[in-house]
Write a protein that binds this ligand. Structure first.
Ligand code: PMP
Length: 352
């Protein structure tokens, strides 16, 4: 820390993103990206728009917001385009967070954004099997943040369970982070006309293969979206760049391509889950594009390290309750075959 760093952030512990090795020699299953490239129209649209970068982007992100809202049967006033869900989360914490509650095991950025914004927070333990008890979130008098499906467990709540939580906290914003919802969970989007305290974050990073473009949306009552706009215009008015907006519109037009990819991911998830269980792993049923797995007698850290040596990157979290797990992004069938083959080798070599 330099002698200039302010006391305001002196104790801030930043989020540590998954490794992004630049040499691309790994089977990369560590940051839940799509193994499939963006659709052809996306590449074309982004390239075309690059020629207009002399001009600022539209601060209202009107076209991409209209297209996204229409894809959900909503109005533009009910959505806000952001620079990925991470920005949505930060804006929402800034706008609505007095006190926060989220699960003890969830997306690691929640406590970081809480600290950044000096918002006190409570971490509510998941059950022993890592499932979430909806009743734990009734009448909390705190802003609630839940990833559905949860990360890194992959486990999902039903829409009725989300609704019960939203209903039981009418005076607080309930933020549902649906980063992985398109891989088999139930979205709460259909509830936003009914509840003015429900805010949803969706992203183009996973299902729409655009992690590197940085596009996400807040979805909610128009009044919530107006408040988020106040924060946005006080932070970064041109938060979504021209290429990304163009890419986003094209990605919405080529929906069928992404749906087909999601079906492939779901099939590969089934295959990987079954294969890991056959190798002695415990694997909760996942509704996302990753699985969370542990094997008695094999530490998560060891498996992560041994796989990395063999050219396969997975994610390990050094955190109580989950440090014996690894999180494995579901890739192509070929990638999963390599991951499973190397995992089997590690088991044989380490567990002698
Ligand atoms: N929420 C969850 C649960 C995530 O896992 C991620 C991806 N790291 C994000 C939000 C952020 O996604 P992005 O900023 O790429 O939209």
């Amino acid at each position: 820390m330099s002698r200039f760093f302010t006391e305001r952030y002196a104790s801030l512990v930043p989020y540590i993103p998954g490794e992004q090795p630049q040499d691309m020699q790994y089977v990369k299953l560590n940051t839940n990206e799509s193994p499939f490239p963006p659709s052809p129209g996306v590449v074309e649209a982004a390239a075309r728009e690059a020629g207009n970068c002399r001009l600022y982007s539209d601060p209202e992100s009107r076209l991409v917001s209209e297209a996204f809202a229409a894809s959900l049967g909503l109005k533009r006033e009910q959505v806000l385009a952001c620079n990925g869900s991470d920005e949505t989360l930060n804006f929402a914490f800034m706008a609505f967070g007095r006190e926060l509650a989220f699960p003890d095991i969830s997306y690691g950025f929640y406590p970081v954004f809480a600290e950044l914004n000096h918002i006190p927070y409570t971490e509510i333990p998941l059950r022993k099997d890592l499932s979430l008890a909806p009743e734990d979130y009734y009448g909390l008098h705190k802003m609630i943040v839940l990833a559905n499906p949860n990360a890194p467990t992959g486990m999902a709540l039903k829409r009725d369970e989300i609704e019960a939580i939203v209903k039981a906290n009418p005076d607080e914003v309930v933020l549902i982070d649906e980063a992985y919802v398109d891989f088999g969970a139930e979205s709460a989007v259909g509830l936003i006309e009914k509840y003015d305290n429900l805010l949803i974050a969706q992203t183009f990073s996973k299902f729409r293969s655009l992690a590197g473009a940085r596009l996400g949306f807040a979805i909610g009552d128009a009044a919530l979206i107006r408040d988020l706009n106040t924060i946005k215009y006080a932070t970064n008015p041109y938060n979504v760049n021209r290429m990304t907006s163009a890419a986003g519109i094209a990605a919405l037009e080529e929906d069928a391509y992404y749906r087909a990819n999601a079906r492939t991911i779901q099939a590969n998830r089934r295959f990987t889950t079954d294969a890991l269980r056959a190798l002695g792993f415990e694997v909760p049923e996942s509704s996302s594009n990753f699985v969370f797995a542990r094997r008695p007698g094999l530490s998560g850290e060891t498996l992560y390290r041994e796989l990395k040596k063999r050219g396969v990157l997975v994610r390990h979290f050094s955190k109580p309750r989950i440090d014996d797990y690894v999180r494995v992004t579901i890739g192509t069938r070929e990638q999963m075959d390599i991951f499973l083959r190397e995992t089997e080798t590690v088991i044989k070599e380490v567990l002698v």
